[in-house]
Write a protein that binds this ligand. Structure first.
Ligand SMILES: Cc1cc2nc3c(=O)[nH]c(=O)nc-3n(C[C@H](O)[C@H](O)[C@H](O)COP(=O)(O)OP(=O)(O)OC[C@H]3O[C@@H](n4cnc5c(N)ncnc54)[C@H](O)[C@@H]3O)c2cc1C
Length: 390
């Protein structure tokens, strides 16, 4: 069994690392200052400028197929890069990406939605959650009623990332109540903001925030159906599936950076005449964090590897998401504790991570939903204990 990275993987990771260190991390103090003043850390044009700079280094469209100008990286490589991105709290991500399900678009839709999203000219958001349907996504109610060549959408989506900035939304709606959500009764629509939906920003404990999207008789032409009629829920689950290895990959980067800060503080901060790192209480927090980080790293890489094998990654991804999200919360909490009062201030990014990573246990499937999936797979015999090594 070989746990080492190949030369090419190392080279790509190291180039990403150098870009983030040289071009993104220098903005950190300014980002903290702006966020303390309740402004976005980076505005849209600054993000785009950085993304175009990264493009010159070859970083454009990590998951985007080469025919659309992307890098088409393996899931393992994408995971490694998401970890590098986690090393900085500047709200930066590489450009040239589009929602994975936009590739189900037909040629005309690709020209109108997919390509402008990859190019960064249009912003998308993905909307399945509703006020009455979160974990229980199969309970969605937003309806689409056929009317001639159009569909008329009524209802509300909530907690939609980018919902306030998006030019268009990928909306999962109920098109056939009789069939039910799992029986082919839902459909995904590409809905421009100009078609008449509005958004309301939701303040959260994190920086930025999602939005509610309100659909009041929004008329959508039938040519804006994404994929097939009846395929909506399936596309929604595919969209969510990707986050189950990218979110914990990002969590690993955050935990690595935070733990490094804790090491430096433990070596230099003195109490009772000696560095705090000489106390077993502090050493144990460091040790537990390192062990959990290592465990999360291999769970996440295994999940990404499973994606690359083309086998069903859901079980491995649920384990990676559950453990990675919990791990980063525990590590950041310990790192805050090791920093004492300074950890609680807004001078350092630790309290910011503390607020940010709390979300990781909630979105794209809560801890409880991941546990439900993992145990159900075992109880129903879809997966053996020990997975593919069993
Ligand atoms: C910042 C943010 C961004 C988001 N972005 C998006 C987005 O872009 N698009 C989108 O569609 N959605 C998005 N979401 C929605 C997110 O996926 C949901 O919030 C999440 O799935 C949980 O749903 P809920 O909030 O309705 O909680 P609920 O489903 O009401 O759950 C409440 C609690 O009960 C627990 N629970 C529920 N059922 C069970 C059960 N059977 N057994 C045990 N425990 C259970 C849950 O785990 C949770 O702890 C976002 C949410 C947030 C906060």
């Amino acid at each position: 069994m070989d746990f080492s990275l190949g030369d090419e993987e190392k080279a790509i990771r190291d180039t990403a690392r150098a870009f983030i260190r040289n071009e993104v991390m220098p903005l950190e103090q300014e980002v903290l200052r702006r966020e303390r003043d309740h402004q976005p850390g980076l505005d849209r044009s600054e993000l785009r400028e950085l993304q175009l700079k990264a493009k010159k280094f070859g970083f454009w469209g990590l998951s985007t197929p080469e025919e659309y100008g992307g890098m088409n990286l393996s899931a393992v490589m994408q995971s490694l890069i998401w970890t590098e991105l986690g090393h900085t709290f500047v709200p930066f991500r590489f450009g040239g990406e589009a929602d994975n399900i936009l590739y189900y678009a037909n040629e005309e839709q690709k020209r109108e939605y997919l390509i402008p999203t990859i190019e960064g000219e249009r912003i998308s958001c993905f909307a399945i959650t509703e006020p009455g349907a979160g974990s229980d996504a199969a309970n969605i109610k937003l309806s689409a009623r056929r009317d001639g060549d159009d569909w008329v959408l009524n209802g509300e989506k909530t907690f939609i990332t980018n919902g306030n900035d998006a030019d268009f939304a990928i909306v999962v709606a109920v098109t056939d109540r009789e069939k039910g959500v799992r029986g082919g009764g839902t459909t995904a629509f590409l809905v421009d903001r100009a078609m008449g939906w509005r958004s309301e920003f939701i303040r959260t404990m994190g920086e930025g925030g999602p939005a509610s999207l309100i659909f009041d008789n929004v008329r959508v032409p039938a040519r804006n159906i994404l994929g097939e009629i009846g395929q909506g829920f399936q596309l929604g689950m595919q969209w969510i599936g990707k986050g189950r290895y990218t979110i914990p990959s990002h969590a690993i980067g955050i935990a690595e950076r935070a733990l490094q800060m804790a090491l430096e503080h433990a070596r230099t901060r003195e109490t009772f005449g000696k560095p705090i790192g000489t106390n077993q209480a502090i050493q144990w927090m460091i040790a537990d964090s390192e062990v959990e980080l290592e465990a999360a790293r291999w769970l996440v890489l295994k999940a990404a590897w499973t994606v690359d094998q083309g086998t069903d990654p859901r079980h491995a991804s649920s384990m990676a998401k559950l453990y990675g999200a919990g791990m980063v919360n525990r590590v950041v909490d310990r790192v805050l504790q090791i920093h004492g009062g300074m950890g609680y201030t807004r001078e350092l990014p630790i309290e910011r991570w503390y607020r940010q990573v709390r979300l990781y246990r909630i979105f794209e499937g809560t801890d409880e939903m991941q546990r439900l999936i993992i145990s159900r797979d075992l109880l129903r015999g879809y997966t053996k204990i020990g997975g593919h090594l069993a």
